[in-house]
Ligand binder design. Structure first.
Ligand code: GCO
Ligand code: MG
Length: 419
């Protein structure tokens, strides 16, 4: 047996402000690796999949054989893809890369090709129920040092809209009205999805005027992004894209439901707005048409939901052939372990585009001790060996799992719509 044989693996579920599932793998000679397995609102499904079906297969395998382990868990299960399976494989993969880099005594990015840049341009989420609140939020993020801003806005006539932070006392986590966190927790398993009401025409009428106001207040230079959260038909998305062209967006994200790649052919034919998609994808195959037909400009996967570092690196390399860049999904439901994995890739990949950055709460960062840092609008994974994240098990134990659901969306007549 090599000393890098896997001696044990365990699943850690903790809820420091929000739920996280982490896999910890330990080798015979005591090297510990961490992997993120958090699937927002469906956390325990991945925890059970890992505990019942994956961990029993890991013991005794050489932790160094990352590609073989990936293929064994993917092809060996017969049932392929799906967010639960791919999050479980991702967690194993991340933990094994963490171990390999620690054995090599290097920060992970060195094993991925080394530095391609000094840091990863990060974008923050600014939002407001009206223009005044939005401007305050943009200013606050600029003061924090961000050089790229995602703009989400309330819509007249709609009570709550995706991406717009609740005000303090209105359900906002830790009293921060800019800390947008849609998943609602409920003690003791009583959580139910919040239901929101949606009106596409009201949204399409309002959004261009907001971008016009933001451009005239903050100037032409600032990169601006917007997320339509899969809510539009191809024709509506084309209309939105065209109406936003004068405001020179960095990207329009998830304009149509992601499972239909042909929808983006229509959008592409009608607007030059840069397009990003992929946060709900879990396989490179989900991108095949989008990449080979150059229907998107940025791939948006999260390492946690797309099979880990091994698979994400292949996706990025595939995209690179077509001149498509990365913009990995970095909301707070990707744990600091997953976000660290993004940052190592961001530093190393030639076709890095931008990195989403939602700040984790203080409580989260007390459980997950990270080495990454944010300076001058850029993120850097730090120089600690491996991924650079340690988990404080005692702190983790203090936060019991608390079920949470993402909201459900309905039209005015009650029809369920994409959230
Ligand atoms: C983003 C996403 C998130 C998701 C969330 C779901 O662009 O960051 O759209 O806001 O809604 O990650 O779990
Ligand atoms: Mg999104």
């Amino acid at each position: 047996m090599p000393t890098t044989a896997i001696a044990s693996a365990e699943v850690i579920v903790t809820s420091p402000g929000r739920n996280f599932v982490t896999l910890q793998i330990t080798t015979d000679d005591g090297v510990v690796g961490l992997g993120d397995a958090t699937l927002n609102g469906r956390e325990l499904a991945v925890a059970v999949y890992l505990a019942d079906h994956v961990i029993p297969l890991l013991k005794g395998r050489d932790a160094m054989d990352i590609e073989d382990t990936w293929q064994y868990l993917y092809r060996g299960a017969y049932w392929r893809r799906g967010p639960v399976t791919m999050a479980a494989i991702a967690a194993v993969d991340m933990a094994l890369w963490d171990i390999k880099a620690k054995v090599a005594e290097l920060p992970l990015y060195q094993l991925l090709g080394g530095r391609s840049r000094t840091g990863a341009l990060a974008y923050a989420h600014a939002s407001g129920r009206d223009t005044e609140e939005l401007f305050d939020s943009i200013r606050e993020h600029l003061d924090l040092g961000y050089r790229a801003i995602r703009v989400q806005t309330g819509v007249p006539g709609l009570d709550s809209v995706y991406g717009v932070a609740a005000s303090a006392g209105d359900g906002a986590e830790e009293g921060d009205r800019y800390d947008y966190e849609p998943a609602r927790r409920g003690a003791g398993g009583r959580a139910r999805p919040v239901e929101e009401t949606w009106d596409t025409r009201a949204y399409l009428r309002h959004v261009p005027s907001v971008f016009e106001a933001v451009r005239s207040e903050f100037g032409a230079e600032l990169p601006l992004l917007h997320d339509a959260h899969h809510r539009l038909t191809p024709r509506e998305a084309a209309q939105l894209g065209r109406s936003l062209e004068p405001y020179d967006l960095f990207w329009l994200e998830d304009c149509t439901p992601a499972e239909d790649p042909t929808a983006l052919r229509y959008v592409r034919d009608h607007t030059t707005v840069p397009l990003a998609i992929g946060e709900v994808f879990n396989s490179i195959h989900d991108y095949q048409t989008l990449i080979t037909e150059r229907l998107v400009d940025y791939v948006r996967s999260a390492v946690t939901h797309t099979g880990g570092i091994t698979h994400l690196k292949k996706l990025a390399d595939f995209a690179a052939i077509y001149g498509i860049k990365t913009g990995f999904h970095g909301p707070t439901d990707v744990s600091p372990v997953g976000q660290a994995a993004h940052l190592h890739l961001d530093l190393a990949l030639h076709n890095f585009g931008i990195q989403e950055h939602m700040r984790h709460s203080e409580a989260t960062l007390e459980v997950f001790r990270t080495s990454f840092r944010f300076e001058d609008g850029r993120l850097h994974p730090g120089e600690r060996m491996g991924l650079g994240v340690e988990i404080d098990r005692d702190a983790a134990r203090e936060h019991a799992y608390d079920p949470a659901y993402l909201p459900v969306n309905r039209l005015a007549d009650g029809t369920v719509h994409d959230w």
